[in-house]
Write a protein that binds this ligand. Structure first.
Ligand SMILES: [Zn+2]
Length: 261
């Protein structure tokens, strides 16, 4: 059993730059990881194998942690036992809606997911004397999940600290950013965005049609940078922009090499 030495904890706390980053393997969490590392935090990443349809993201998370040479812990919590979400129940389809239809809570909502993740992160933080948790939630270009909003994060931070009698801070560097700004931040921090996986379907290539794919493509398009990951197909508006981009820049984007020529 680990023994707690409060004096030692106070000492570490004085210059505590340790942080947990919740890393799903998507664009937002990877940019958040790049941000925390850029700020000089000593990072451990936590990922969750919750029975998600897009299990592929776990492999991407592994590759991203390896890219940055940071520790990675994977927690298994089988949320398919609860189901009720397109991400945890194979009988529920991932919706395909137009961008302007993304206003209500979709069937991909996994109830309490961020609360469960942050609870486990807080437990890990307590035991390992970590005072900072980074989560890449975003309340601008998002699917409408209520647990991505600042009021939830503030109340969760309050609950964690009441539960633990510690002073743990939940950092949400992306919360007020548009997808365009997230892509720009990721690029500026040289995050390996080509390694990320955002699609809910979890097939080899991204579907290009789910909320997550479309919000992501919109972000890249508005940032003026083609998305480096492979898609089964693009929405019409992205396809049009992409063709125009190639014509204008006379650049070819070499998807195989994942680099700009
Ligand atoms: Zn998709």
């Amino acid at each position: 059993m680990m023994q707690f030495d409060e004096r030692k904890y106070e000492e570490i706390k004085k210059n505590n730059k340790k942080a947990i980053v919740l890393l799903s393997g998507g664009l937002d969490s990877t940019t958040t990881l790049a941000y925390a590392l850029d700020k000089g935090y000593d990072v451990v990443t936590l990922s969750f194998d919750y029975g998600q349809r897009h299990r592929k993201e776990l492999e991407n998370g592994r590759r991203i942690a390896k890219y940055y040479d940071v520790d990675r812990k994977v927690f298994k919590i089988d949320l398919t036992q609860i189901g009720g979400s397109a991400l945890t129940d194979d009988n529920i389809q991932v919706p395909q809606r137009r961008l302007d239809e993304i206003v209500s809570i979709p069937s991909t909502f996994v109830p309490s997911r961020n609360m469960i993740f942050l609870s486990i992160a807080s437990s890990y933080a307590y035991v390992n004397r970590i005072d900072n948790i980074f989560i890449g939630v975003n309340a601008i270009d998002y699917s409408g999940y209520p647990d991505c909003r600042p009021e939830f994060i503030a109340s969760m931070q309050d609950s964690i600290n009441k539960a633990l009698l510690r002073d743990i801070k939940i950092h949400t560097p992306l919360i007020d950013l548009s997808k365009k700004e997230i892509v720009e931040l990721g690029m500026r921090l040289k995050a390996p965005l080509y390694l990320t996986h955002s699609c809910y379907e979890g097939r080899e290539k991204a579907c290009g049609m789910c909320d997550s794919c479309q919000l992501r493509l919109k972000g890249f398009m508005e940032a003026g940078i083609p998305d480096p990951v492979k898609y089964e197909k693009y929405p019409d508006w992205y396809e049009e922009w992409y063709e125009e981009y190639l014509r204008k820049t006379e650049k070819r984007f070499n998807i195989k090499e994942r680099e700009y020529e």
